[in-house]
Design a protein around this ligand. Structure first.
Ligand SMILES: Cc1ncc(COP(=O)(O)O)c(C=O)c1O
Length: 239
């Protein structure tokens, strides 16, 4: 960014379209090249042909407003199908429902808001509600805790880098509105011991949310391809 002059007010003189595009190309020239395999976890590039295909699909809906599904009915229908397919993939069963979010962080935000509201309605608290998560839990959960006024209680991971179930047990109290585990976690790629956590959640009557931002659309296919994995989705009682 060294040779880029920061403009702080809208310039008097406009630019021709080609000059705007040229300026954007110049600005991004110093950014990492996502086509080279050095931006894993930031960009999942699968080749030019595939990229052009998804750009074309995206552009088909570039201007439609998903905030108004009553006007843009096909978007409502697409959302419904994606949610149903997701439920099916994660074994949610007939009664499971869902909603489309803008990505991982919004999904974390909605989970914390939902369980905080549920906790409040079920047993009104005189203290700030708490949620328990491992040190390996994604930073988006801290954001969710701040937005919705919940205290995040971190527990260390064990020597295998997975959430320590006994550590969680020690932190549960009547202010606990949620346990968050990951499948897998962002820093290490480890799947937390979801079955043991599900059993603990049921024993203590505390909700357990599995953060599958990374694994949700990956682990089911690894399993289907024949690699045995520990259970982590809605098949686990307590999730
Ligand atoms: C496990 C996990 N949770 C949450 C997030 C946040 O997702 P996003 O960056 O899409 O907001 C990520 C992102 O990598 C993640 O890996």
């Amino acid at each position: 960014m060294e040779n880029i002059k920061t403009t702080v007010s809208i310039p008097e003189q406009g630019l021709e379209r080609e000059a705007v595009l040229e300026e954007l190309r110049r600005r991004k020239a110093g950014d990492p090249d996502y086509r080279a395999p050095r931006t894993f976890s930031l960009v999942y590039y699968m080749g030019e042909e595939h990229t052009q295909f998804i750009q074309e699909a995206y552009n088909l809906y570039f201007s439609e407003n998903a905030l108004n599904p009553t006007a843009f009915k096909s978007l409502k229908n697409l959302e419904h199908e994606v949610v149903r397919m997701g439920v099916d993939l994660l074994h949610g069963g007939e009664t499971a429902v869902g909603t489309m979010t803008s990505g991982g962080t919004e999904s974390c935000l909605l989970a914390v808001k939902t369980w905080r509201d549920y906790g409040r309605a079920k047993h009104p608290l005189n203290r700030k509600p708490e949620m328990i998560l491992a040190d390996s839990g994604h930073v988006a959960w801290e954001k969710a805790a701040q937005y919705f006024d919940v205290t995040p209680i971190r527990v260390p991971v064990g020597p295998d880098f997975r959430m320590d179930v006994e550590g969680v047990r020690k932190k549960i109290n009547r202010h606990t509105i949620l346990i968050v585990a990951s499948a897998p976690d962002y820093p290490h790629g480890m799947i937390d011991p979801i079955e043991a956590l599900g059993a603990l959640a049921q024993e203590k009557n505390v909700p357990l949310h599995v953060d599958a931002c990374l694994g949700g659309f990956l682990l089911p296919f690894i399993e289907a391809a024949g690699t045995p994995l520990p259970l982590w989705d809605f098949r686990v009682p307590g999730v």
